[in-house]
Design a protein around this ligand. Structure first.
Ligand code: FES
Ligand code: FES
Length: 218
């Protein structure tokens, strides 16, 4: 016999209660998804905000009008048609989009074009010419530092900057003595090039090409 006030919970009642609470929990996300969808569609219907951009690319001053959301990578490829710079991951993880910005290597997919107002950018097209390759480009060709070639522009831009960093005495994670001038050892070069992924696995030939330019051993 049940005590007074005690609720008799049958299996059927329990199932009903469960269904009711599941509906109550599910309702708010559905409502907020609808709201988010309507916010997104009203944002999509607004015209893009554009801004004039002056930027020096490979020695030429370029004047563009870009959507404020345009990355430097897309400005180079889509606006200036410099397609040597490659889009790999578009998330800063592969290094295919590496260019030099004011002399420093930069993942161009990770910076907005409008953040580089007035900057000086060098892409693979600006490093050398067909008739006169940059020594790093010539070394990659000589040592087969590629297979499909998709990562190669980023690898070469990075490698040129890596040797500059070493010449400037900038230490890396593997520099044993932070006060000593770093040398272009295999370990230093491999560490500094670790942000440039090669899906073809041409790493050993890339290392040989860089070592030749550095005058060191791979
Ligand atoms: Fe920029 Fe991969 S495309 S890091
Ligand atoms: Fe193909 Fe590097 S050469 S991804």
């Amino acid at each position: 016999m049940d005590e007074p006030g005690e609720i008799m919970i049958t299996r059927r009642n329990l199932l009903k209660m469960g269904a009711a609470s599941a509906t109550a929990i599910a309702a708010p996300p559905f409502a907020s998804a609808q709201e988010a969808k309507s916010d997104a569609s009203s944002a999509a219907s607004r015209p893009p905000v554009t801004i004039p951009l002056s930027i020096e690319v490979n020695g030429e001053v370029e004047h563009l009008e870009v959507d404020t959301r345009t990355t430097l990578l897309d400005a180079l490829r889509e606006h200036l048609h410099l397609t040597g710079t490659k889009k790999g991951c578009d998330h800063g993880q592969c290094g295919a989009c590496t260019v030099h910005v004011n002399g420093r290597r930069t993942n161009s997919c990770l910076t907005l074009a409008v953040m580089q107002q007035g900057a000086s950018v060098t892409t693979i097209e600006g490093l050398g010419t067909r008739a006169s390759l940059h020594p790093m480009q010539a070394a990659f060709v000589k040592h087969d530092g590629y297979q499909c070639g998709y990562c190669t522009p980023g690898q070469i831009c990075s490698a040129v900057a890596v040797l500059d960093e070493i010449r400037q005495g900038i230490p890396s994670h593997v520099s044993a003595d932070l006060t000593a001038r770093p040398q272009a050892t295999a370990a230093e070069v491999r560490e500094r090039m670790s942000g440039n992924i090669c899906r073809c696995g041409a790493y050993s030939n890339i290392a040989v090409a860089i070592a030749e330019v550095a005058g060191s051993k791979a």
